[in-house]
Design a protein around this ligand. Structure first.
Ligand code: SF4
Length: 349
């Protein structure tokens, strides 16, 4: 997936041990010094790059320093969003919200100040004490999403940042790391997480995934990996997202859930849980996608099923219409209960 030819690097990041490790991994890459990973117009200006995204995602890497460290309260899939150790992604799902902040080509930026990030997280976890009562994130542990702005399974091919986080949480009995992924990185199987990292494999019916999941591993491959990750000491949940409504969508989901039921062990099923997230989309992303992947927009942009809302930043976001959306969620969660009865739904919206 990566064939790094050029690394855009902040000098402060290059001087850190993690920065040096990344630079040593691609010794022949051209180095381009940048003042800030936020401001690299030749990478992030979507207008100019729309035809070159995949090449940029494959060949460019950014090495920076994470300046502000905060763990934001979340409450849906996790209790907190941990400070990112990377942002951007080498994959290119048509519905992905990750590129919105940095422009659409959005190759991986890896943050080299991992020691500051893990130190911050350890102190944040310590300050919380024990979780006072179960919630939808977890019955006992404070859950920290470590992959809000990237895919950690791919990030782990770039640097040891994700491994350092798995190592950190192994020693934190009151907390858990968690990330969603569409890539199967079997290197992670040797990391001995001892149940303190939750991997959420993202799944949707293969027919639609082939249209909208670009450069990801195939859904069947993700399902086939679930038992291996459970055996390796991970908690594995399902991230059923985004749920896209199209003709025959429930039949496709029934087939997918059958595949999970048939392809996972009793041990896996006993620890399984799922989050269900209906598609939201965005007009700016829709306009960009029309220029490179109009077929995806035939299932993502459905004005007859969707309603819009102005976002705080002034963008126009759409989601399935009130009432209908509730029905879709109920239909899918009922199906889940029928086909995968041991899999509890952590949340659905
Ligand atoms: S794998 Fe995740 S982060 Fe990467 S493009 Fe797809 S949705 Fe975005």
């Amino acid at each position: 997936m990566l064939d790094v030819r050029r690394i855009y690097v902040e000098p402060e990041a290059a001087a850190l041990p993690r920065g040096q490790q990344v630079l040593a991994r691609w010794p022949d890459a051209e180095l381009v010094e940048v003042a800030s990973h936020w401001d690299i117009p030749e990478l992030h200006g979507d207008e100019a790059n729309v035809d070159r995204w995949v090449r940029i995602k494959t060949e460019a890497l950014v090495l920076g320093v994470k300046k502000s460290l905060t763990a934001r309260p979340n409450g849906r899939s996790s209790d907190f969003i941990a400070p990112s150790t990377a942002n951007g992604c080498a994959m290119a799902c048509a519905y992905c919200y990750v590129p919105r902040r940095k422009g659409y080509s959005n190759p991986i930026t890896v943050f080299a100040n991992i020691d500051r990030i893990t130190g911050y997280l350890a102190r944040h976890v310590a300050r919380q004490g024990s979780k006072p009562e179960p919630n939808q994130c977890d019955p006992q542990a404070w859950v920290y999403d470590i992959g809000e702005n990237s895919d950690c399974s791919v990030d782990a091919t770039v640097s040891d940042n994700v491994r350092d986080l798995v190592d950190l949480f192994r020693g934190l009995p009151t907390a858990k790391a968690s990330f969603a992924t569409k890539h199967v990185n079997r290197d992670l199987l040797g990391w001995d997480p001892q149940g303190r990292t939750r991997i959420r494999f993202s799944l949707m019916p293969d027919r639609v995934s082939r249209l909208v999941d670009v450069r990801t591993d195939r859904v069947a491959e993700r399902i086939a990996a679930i038992d291996d990750f459970v055996e390796a000491g991970y908690e594995v949940h399902l991230n059923l997202s985004p749920v896209i409504v199209h003709d025959g969508w429930l039949e496709d989901w029934a087939e997918l859930l059958e595949q999970v039921a048939d392809g996972t062990s009793a041990r896996t099923k006993a620890q399984l849980a799922a989050e269900v997230i209906m598609l939201t989309h965005n007009e700016a992303l829709h306009d960009v996608n029309l220029r490179w992947h109009p077929k995806a927009e035939q299932v993502l942009w459905r004005p007859e099923l969707q309603q819009g809302k102005r976002s705080q930043t002034g963008g126009w976001n759409v989601r399935y219409r009130t009432g209908a959306k509730g029905r879709y969620v109920a239909q899918l969660t009922d199906l889940l209960t029928e086909r995968l009865p041991s899999c509890r739904v952590r949340y659905a919206f």
